[in-house]
Design a protein around this ligand. Structure first.
Ligand SMILES: [Zn+2]
Length: 112
C-alpha cells in the first residue's frame, strides 16, 4: 500500500489519510492547524481591547525560507529523490518557523 510522509508530523500515512488541500500534510495535521487558526480568530475577537501584536505573515516567511534553502538541498540530491526533497524542504522551513515562534520542537528533532 502506498504511503506518504506528512511534512508536518513526519509520520508515514496512507494516501487516503493525506489532505487533498495540502498534499504534503496529513488530514490530522490539517485539522489541528485549522483548529488553531479558528481558536486564534476567536481569541482575537474576544481580546479586542488587548494591544494588537505586530502582524507576521508566517506562511509568507515559510515560503521564503523554503525558497532560500531549496537550491542548497537540491544541489546535494539525485533527481529521483526530488519529491522527497520538496517535502524535506518544507519540513525544514516548518521547523524553523516553529523555532522562530518559540514553540518547542524536540520531538521532531529527535527523529531526524
Ligand atoms: Zn501529519
Amino acid at each position: 500500500m502506498a504511503t506518504k510522509k506528512c511534512a508536518v508530523c513526519g509520520k508515514e500515512k496512507q494516501l487516503s489519510e493525506m489532505s487533498k488541500s495540502y498534499p504534503t500534510r496529513c488530514k490530522e495535521c490539517v485539522a489541528e492547524y485549522t483548529r488553531l487558526v479558528r481558536q486564534r480568530a476567536n481569541n482575537q475577537q474576544e481580546e479586542t481591547l488587548a494591544p494588537a501584536e505586530p502582524h507576521i505573515d508566517w506562511e509568507q516567511r515559510r515560503y521564503e525560507i523554503a525558497k532560500a534553502i531549496y537550491p542548497e538541498i537540491i544541489k546535494a540530491t539525485h533527481p529521483r529523490d526530488a519529491e522527497r526533497v520538496g517535502n524535506t524542504t518544507v519540513l525544514f522551513a516548518d521547523v524553523l518557523i516553529k523555532a522562530l515562534k518559540g514553540e518547542p520542537e524536540q520531538e521532531k528533532m529527535g527523529k531526524m
